[in-house]
Design a protein around this ligand. Sequence first.
Ligand code: SF4
Ligand code: SF4
Length: 450
Amino acid sequence: MAGPPAPRAFHVMSKPTGAICNLDCDYCFFLSKESLYPGSSFRMADDVLRAYVAQLLAAHRGADEVVVAFQGGEPTLMGTGFFRRVVELERQLAAPGQRVLNTVQTNATLVDDEMAAFFAENGFLVGVSIDGPREMHDAYRVDKGGKPTYDRVVQGLRTLQRHRVDWNALTTINAANADHGLEVYRFLRDELGAQYIQLIPIVERVTPELLPLAEAGWGARAGERPLYQQSGDVVTSRSVGAEQYGQFLVEVFEEWARRDVGDVFVPFFDTALAHWLGMHQAGACVHAQVCGEALALEHNGDLYSCDHYVEPAHRLGNLAEGRTLLEMVDSPQQKAFGRAKLDTLPQYCRACDVRFACNGGCPKDRFLTTPDGEPGLHYLCAGYQRFFRHVDQPMQVMAGLLRNGRDATGLRRWFASRDAARDEGAACPCGRPAPFARCHGGGPRPGAAP
Ligand code: SF4
Ligand code: SF4
């Protein structure tokens, strides 16, 4: 007899304050989404929160764990009381034995002892947005008055650490830090103590007409700022370049692979490894064959196909309109959204040697034309090719170790034996114009545990 159907694996990023944030990061297109809800209080009401938690938990009965995610805007603007209520509702609504993980993505500037203690007590996983050392972080991550935020972010992070909250770093790769992959990674690992590092490229795609406004940043400029939508074929000066992105990832990988495999987690690398192991839907949606299982929930209960498509055309419905969360996730509209990622892949990608790992990237950034004139090539293609080709051999080594029942940390020894034979005056394999000894050969002893 067949067992119960497998629970649907989908992820919802909820936005309890909508687009409202206490900061005004220049590249944050999401700030402009405020204009979708004129006159709103931008606070998730209790009935919306209850419906969200109840339906999410119900849809994941039988799963190992359900993730209840809060993002923004800035979710900590809701205060600790809101998160207390979340936990209270989860206790009421969870099935016996159902495991719930709450996650909060925050700029950390509003985290105080009370909030940190609550997060620690209740096992919240907190993502802290930080873009690297002070001067790189402060390039774009500023407050409403344009003032730098580095000190406030680090203070919030130290509060989380003092209370032993599980946290991870979310670092964008942008024009200000993109040429410093190794420095950014070492800073996150060594100065901040990050053991989980999420890397997100900044690609602010706009139309040529919108470019001058976009260059001024997406923060509050009443009446003047349009709603950000995924269209256009130019990018702002804050965006990372394609080759820059590839080089950044190579620099991080060369360090991580030598010293940190098994101790520091970089989801981008885990996703790549999954693809080398033949698991083509594993890891980040951006490199999956199809997507559509990472949705966004606005403060008023509106559900959108994806966090990057909070636009009227991609609104699936509202939790109060009668259809359940699961019905909207399973709707033909959402299925078509996810399937389009594969269906619109240009021939150039279909024939690409690293397509198995890349899958054409996120559709939101596919606005280049292929060399043979077909539209729909990803803006970061050159960087993807550089990175995925560069890591082919070590990825094969890791995949081989795992297939043989060993753990992937053996990659450190593989690098150590190759480095032992390396002339330290020779150019660093990362491609930077520096000798190995002063680039990836520097720092902690290769192969040693950190
Ligand atoms: S559109 Fe992009 S970010 Fe959104 S679910 Fe698809 S791949 Fe992921
Ligand atoms: S690397 Fe470029 S050509 Fe290859 S699949 Fe990715 S976007 Fe397409």
